[in-house]
Each structure stands twice: as structure tokens, then as C-alpha cells.
Design a protein around this ligand. Structure first.
Ligand code: ATP
Ligand code: 3PG
Length: 404
């Protein structure tokens, strides 16, 4: 089955439409450092406003713990949307409280309103279905119809992604549709060699994906925070680098399975190790097998892949016909640790085939490092979501929209 489209909702002029976007953008001191996800949301919102709908935008930002937390406010995002949009964009300081109700009531045809962060409410991410249904019901009270367009979050069974869509007539927005168009090409007979590059810091989320990718890909290149769990699985010490100690046995299993399947898992041979987590920190390039033998000993932190690894990864990428990359190779936000991410991005731009970058921070990284979007086949707004889609999993946020 294919996705239900906005047209299936009938005429929307004068109707209140709640639109679930993924406006989870990187912020530094309250300033948006990459507005890619906001820009990606605009076509759907503009189409709805253009029809005279009353548009109520909902999203999460970061991982607040079910209560208001000023550093995760969507206020800067609402302001940015206002700049990108040809219509006034209001902002409610709560999600389903008095301010939201008053502003929803005041919304005119063809106007837009952003509600405060969904995750300030415990019902959004609750493991308890009844609590999610109750919160979805409060959101649904604002809606005649629901449009789901937060591709980056479709892998989450959360109230606004799954239960809300069942509480009102719902359809997929233009972004989800466009994302699936490209990602489908990666699941249906990708041209080979097919390489997946994994990095980033959501290590436990992404390690789980590897088991499902092994039967599908030819090569996995491992960088970023997750590389240290692989090195530890090979018996190497990793100093104070990011490590998921409880995943070491699982990773040993992946390494063995990869050998059986003839899939190459390519691990770094050198890394950049720093004395502390700071742009000014003293740092050295060292063998990936001697991380604790730098002057920083066991307190050394691996913050990037080294130059030899960058060259190896770049060669594997250039030699592929299909490449999917999720997760920066290092802490690219700090200039001394951005080289690995830059090298991988550069190589992706040289792929003779389809190259896809997925993930909020990965997309932010390539733009921050000066690469134009059009140098890649596609920049997906979903990191974890794209990976789980590529695994061939049924994702809750797509299932409720009719996708099978
Ligand atoms: N060696 C490392 N140690 C610590 N953090 C790292 C390391 N390498 C990369 N990172 C961090 O990983 C973060 C991005 O990881 P993340 O898994 O969130 O990627 P993503 O592209 O945003 O995917 P998603 O959309 O799923 O969030 C960056 O902030 C970067 O600094
Ligand atoms: O950044 C993402 O991958 C999405 O916005 C989902 O965020 P989450 O991993 O906190 O659910």
C-alpha cells in the first residue's frame, strides 16, 4: 500500500490541520546552527496555508524529560519559520494548555501557529499506550485533520507520530513522500557495491541497525562515537572515548557474522585523541590500537578518525555505486576534529552513482563544512529513521499512514 496523500483529506480551507513536523534542529546558545529541517518542512506548510487551512505545527526538539525546559524551546524555530514563510507564524508557550487553546481559537484561515515542544509533555514519549492515547487526544482536540510530515521521527512510536494519526483523518505530507521516493531506491535493488557509513553519537540506537544491514550491504565503514565499541570488541583499549560496554558482545557477533556473509566491516586504523573535549585541547593522531599510549593515557578521548582512515574510507566510498551515510565521523562542531567528516563528505560528492546523507547532525555537518546540498544525491532529514527504513523495518509513523 502507498501513503495516504493530503488530497485524500478533501478540501481543507477553513479546517484546523495539525501538522507533525520534525523541527529538531541543532541549536547553540539559542541560535539555530542548521535550519535544514525547518526549510524541509516549508513546502507542506505552505501548501496547506495556500489552501486556506488553519495550520497548527507540532514538533519535538531534543530530548527533554517530559517537562518544560527552556533550552529545548521551539521559540527560535517558530521565529525562523516566520522568516521562511509568506504568512504570519504565531507561537504558543505551551503544547496543549491555555495559551495553545487560545491561539488555536484565534487562528484565521491561511495562518500558521507553532505549539511548544511536544516532549515537554510526558504523554508524548510515554511507554504506556493509554498515556500516549490521552495526550494524542488532547492534540486531536485542536484538529479536524492531521498531516504527518516529520520524516526524522517516523521510527518512534510516540503520541504525535502514531496515536494522533489514528485519532483524526490523517495523511502524509510532501516531505515524507519525497524522502520515501529516494530511500525506496536504496532498498529496492541498490546498485553495487553498496556501502553504508555509520558514525555519530547515538551509539546504542544505531548499533542495533547493523544486524539488519549486514544481509543488505557490501561494506560498512564505522567511524564517529561507535567505532570505540568495535575497537573494544577486538580487545583494544579506548581510553575515555565514547563506549557502550554492554554492547561489546553484540558487536563481536556482528564482526563474526560479517565474515560469514562476506561483508566488509572497515574499522579505523588511526584516530585523533585529545586531552579533553574542547577545541583548544591538546591532541595527537595515534594508531587505533594504541589509544591509551598517548601522553593522555587512559583519559585520552577519541574525537575523530585519523588521516589514514579518512583516505581508506574515501577510497571505499568513491569505489561504490550506492552510498548511504549517517552520523559524523568525529566531533565536527570543534574545528580540530572535523577533518574525518570533511573527507567522507568530499568522497560522497564524487560517487558515480547514488549518494545519500541522512540525519540532522550529518546534514548540519556537511552544510557547516561548506558543501552545497546539490553536491549529494539526496540529503535526508532522517538519521535513525532512514537507517531503520533501510533495514526494511515497518515503521510506526509510516504504518499509520498506510505504508506497507
Ligand atoms: N568520537 C566521538 N565522540 C563523541 N561524539 C561524537 C564522536 N563522533 C561524532 N560525535 C558526535 O555525534 C553527533 C551526531 O550524532 P547523531 O547520532 O545524533 O547523528 P545524526 O546525523 O544527527 O543522526 P540523527 O538524525 O539520528 O540524530 C555530533 O554532535 C558529533 O559531535
Ligand atoms: O534527530 C532525530 O533523529 C529525530 O529528530 C528523532 O529524534 P530522537 O532520536 O530524539 O527521537
Amino acid at each position: 500500500m502507498t501513503l495516504r496523500t493530503i488530497d485524500s483529506l478533501g478540501p481543507l480551507a477553513g479546517k484546523r490541520v495539525v501538522v507533525r513536523c520534525d523541527l529538531n534542529v541543532p541549536l547553540r546558545d539559542g541560535i539555530i546552527t542548521d535550519d535544514g529541517r525547518v526549510r524541509a518542512s516549508v513546502p507542506t506548510l505552505q501548501a496547506l496555508v495556500g489552501q486556506g487551512a488553519r495550520v497548527i505545527v507540532v514538533s519535538h526538539l531534543g530530548r527533554p524529560e517530559g517537562a518544560p525546559d527552556a533550552k529545548y524551546s521551539l521559540a527560535p524555530v517558530a521565529a525562523r519559520l516566520g522568516e521562511l514563510f509568506d504568512a504570519p507564524v504565531a507561537f504558543a508557550t505551551d503544547t496543549v494548555g491555555a495559551d495553545a487553546s487560545a491561539k488555536v481559537d484565534a487562528l484565521g484561515d491561511g495562518e500558521a501557529l507553532v505549539l511548544e515542544n511536544l516532549r515537554f509533555n510526558p504523554g508524548e514519549t510515554s511507554k504506556n499506550e493509554a498515556e500516549r492515547i490521552a495526550f494524542a487526544g488532547e492534540l486531536a482536540a485542536f484538529a479536524d485533520a492531521v498531516v504527518s510530515d516529520g520524516f526524522g521521527v517516523v521510527h518512534r512510536k510516540q503520541a504525535s507520530v502514531y496515536e494522533l494519526e489514528q485519532a483524526r483523518p490523517s495523511a502524509a505530507g510532501l516531505l515524507i513522500d519525497a524522502e520515501l521516493d529516494v530511500l525506496d531506491r536504496l532498498t529496492e535493488k541498490p546498485e553495487r557495491p553498496y556501502t553504508v557509513v555509520l558514525g555519530g553519537s547515538k551509539v546504542s540506537d544505531k548499533l542495533g541497525v547493523i544486524a539488519h544491514l549486514l544481509p543488505r550491504v557490501d561494506r560498512l565503514l564505522i567511524g564517529g562515537g561507535m567505532l570505540f565499541t568495535f575497537l573494544a570488541a577486538q580487545g583494544h583499549k579506548v581510553g575515555s572515548s565514547l563506549l557502550e560496554a554492554d554492547q561489546i558482545e553484540t558487536v563481536k557477533g556482528y564482526l563474526a557474522e560479517a565474515v560469514e556473509r562476506g561483508v566488509e566491516i572497515v574499522l579505523p586504523t588511526d584516530v585523533v585523541v585529545a586531552a579533553s573535549f574542547s577545541a583548544e585541547a591538546e591532541h595527537v593522531v595515534t594508531s587505533a590500537h594504541a589509544i591509551e599510549q598517548t601522553p593522555f593515557g587512559a583519559s585520552g578521548l577519541g574525537l575523530d578518525i585519523g588521516p589514514e582512515t579518512s583516505a581508506t574510507f574515501a577510497a571505499h566510498i568513491r569505489d561504490s555505486k550506492t552510498v548511504f551515510w549517517n552520523g559524523p565521523m568525529g566531533v565536527f562542531e570543534l574545528a580540530p576534529f572535523a577533518a574525518g567528516t570533511r573527507a567522507v563528505a568530499e568522497a560522497l560528492t564524487e560517487v558515480d552513482g547514488l549518494s545519500v546523507v541522512g540525519g540532522g547532525d550529518s546534514a548540519a555537518a556537511v552544510r557547516q563544512l561548506g558543501f552545497d546540498d546539490d553536491r549529494f544525491g539526496h540529503i535526508s532529514t532522517g538519521g535513525g529513521a532512514s537507517l531503520e527504513f533501510l533495514e526494511g523495518k515497518q515503521l510506526p509513523g509510516l504504518e499509520v499512514l498506510g505504508w506497507q
